[in-house]
Design a protein around this ligand. Sequence first.
Ligand code: FES
Ligand code: FES
Length: 164
Amino acid sequence: MIEMNLKVNGREQNWQVEPGETLLEALRRHHFKGPKLVCGTGDCCACTVVVGNKSVCSCCLPALKADGQQVTTVEGLAGEDELHPLQAAFIESAASQCGFCTPGFLMRSYSFLKNRNPAILPTESEVRKALAGNICRCTGYVKPVEAVLKTAQALKEKASQQNG
Ligand code: FES
Ligand code: FES
C-alpha cells in the first residue's frame, strides 16, 4: 500500500492505496459512491469527477495521480442547505431518468460551466460537444442539454447581479 494525501470535496484525506488502484476504486472504497462504475474503460463517463479544474474519467486514472490534488465528486456539489444550480436544473428539466449516468453528467457539466466566462452563454452545440463522451441510455440527451443551458442562464444572471 502507498500513502497519498488529497482533498475530496474540500476535506483532507489520507489514504492507503494499491499501486494499480484507480481513483474510482479508491473513492468508492472511501465511501464516495456518487461516481459510478459502468464500463471501466473510459467509454461512458459515468465515473466522471473533477480533479483540479479538469473533469476526468476516474475509472481510468490511477489514484496516485490525484495525490496532492483537489477532487470534486457529485457529493461535493450541493451546499449545506441547497442544491447546486445544475442539480436543481436537472430536477426541473427531468434530465435524470434511471439516474445512473447523472453523476457523470453533472460533473462534466459542472466543469464545463466552471471553466467558462459566465457572462457568455454557451450554445446548444457547445454543450452537446462538452457532454459528447457521457453516455445515457434513457434521456435522449435533450433534457440534460436543456438543464445545462438553463443553469448557464441562471449563472449569467447571478454574475450580472453580483457585478451590479
Ligand atoms: S465507468 Fe469510467 S468511463 Fe465508464
Ligand atoms: S438517465 Fe438512465 S442512463 Fe442516463
